[in-house]
Design a protein around this ligand. Structure first.
Ligand SMILES: [Zn+2]
Length: 135
């Protein structure tokens, strides 16, 4: 599953005058983030100090439990093995061996930790042994 990409966000901060409860609204770029700014209340004309806000909007990193991570990992390993086998099968059958024969030998090979090349070599060497024993 793919994550969304954060492009932009809109913020509105509502504050109010402590004397008359007149609403003071800050939008996006008007929100002070570094320096103190001063506003005059529209209603009671009080001078008001606006301290900067700490505005942080970011996509949180997923906090997955360890168990699910392990499960995902083993899933991907399984998938990799299937592709490895099918890739090896494709390559070896392209050499002119029958798919049935390749499948039979692939089943006898413990291909854990093998890369494609090693797996193909191991399969081919077993093929040779078989041919020698039949002739
Ligand atoms: Zn006021």
């Amino acid at each position: 599953m793919d994550d969304i990409k954060l492009i932009n966000y809109h913020l509105q901060i509502q504050a109010s005058c402590p004397h008359c409860d007149e609403k003071i609204i800050f939008l996006n770029k008007d929100i002070p983030e570094k320096n103190i700014i001063y506003r005059t209340c529209k209603s009671c004309k009080s001078r008001l100090r606006v301290k900067p806000f700490n505005v942080v909007v970011e996509v949180k990193k997923p906090n997955k439990p360890k168990d699910s991570k392990v499960a995902t990992h083993s899933d991907s390993t399984k998938k990799q093995d299937t592709t490895l086998i099918s890739q090896a099968r494709k390559t070896i059958t392209s050499y002119g061996f029958s798919g049935k024969e390749v499948d039979r030998i692939l089943r006898t090979i413990n291909y854990t930790n093998m890369n494609l090349e090693t797996l193909i070599k191991a399969t081919l060497s077993k093929m040779d042994q078989n041919e020698q024993s039949t002739t």
